[in-house]
Design a protein around this ligand. Sequence first.
Ligand SMILES: C[S@@+](CC[C@H](N)C(=O)[O-])C[C@H]1O[C@@H](n2cnc3c(N)ncnc32)[C@H](O)[C@@H]1O
Length: 275
Amino acid sequence: MAASTVTSEAPAYSEAQAIDSVRHPVARRIADVLRNRSSRPKIILIDDAENIEQAIASGIQLDSLYSTTRSIASGQSNPQHVSDDVPHHLLDDRVASELFGGQKHARAFALARAPRTPVLDDLRGTRGDLVVLDGVRLVGNIGAITRTACGLGAAGIILLDSGLRTTFDRRLIRASRGLVFSLPIVLTSRTECAQFLQHERISIATLSADAESPLRTIRSVTDRIAIVLGSERNGVSQGLNDLANHRYSIPMTPGVESLNVSVAAGIALYEHGAA
Ligand SMILES: C[S@@+](CC[C@H](N)C(=O)[O-])C[C@H]1O[C@@H](n2cnc3c(N)ncnc32)[C@H](O)[C@@H]1O
């Protein structure tokens, strides 16, 4: 066993010598993954034990697993269900901090083989509503909507002008609690999205706080729909609003301007699911 490699058995942790330089080949590889700006990364980074476990449950293959000396000192447990043949390295916490620079870093993380990037075709013939996020850029909101969409049986998410290069963005993996691997999330343009929905005859339902129809009327729509939500700043784009078959608002207490987009998404999915 290499000095920097640990096994999942507890005693080996304390005996293992942590990687203590960013120039170590293992550390360099992590740095390469963090630097990669490709829209089709081959290797991705997954933070935190629970996200790693969720990824494994979705069939993601781990390449290697990492613990930091801080995680060992705090007695943090390892992710479950990691295959014995996945190399497990121990990193000095200072090395981890240096590698991640200003970015937040987890005490345990993994490198994994990226799954195939979802495309619009993957949403063809599926069941369940689609969630279209039109210019939503806050990764925390996209992650929360991913969790809600998974929890409420949506078939997928379409991201327009999200600012993300890849669905497997490290921040999105974390914000979705690893659920990005559980349903197709497609990055595309407004034009391609509109063409896809029209071709598939999927009705478009936009949500805006000032739309005339109250959301409860969505229950009369029995087919699956694309629920379109807008950006934190600008709302749904004019182009998609013009194409909409339905425009709904969620009635609110006077004086409240709007709901958080992830809350609105959850209410709409739930309301339509009750149809
Ligand atoms: C924070 S809001 C955006 C507010 C934006 N200034 C606007 O005018 O739409 C983000 C998105 O959440 C959805 N949303 C928020 N409150 C809503 C409500 N009461 N009814 C329907 N949709 C709502 C809309 O899709 C909206 O574009």
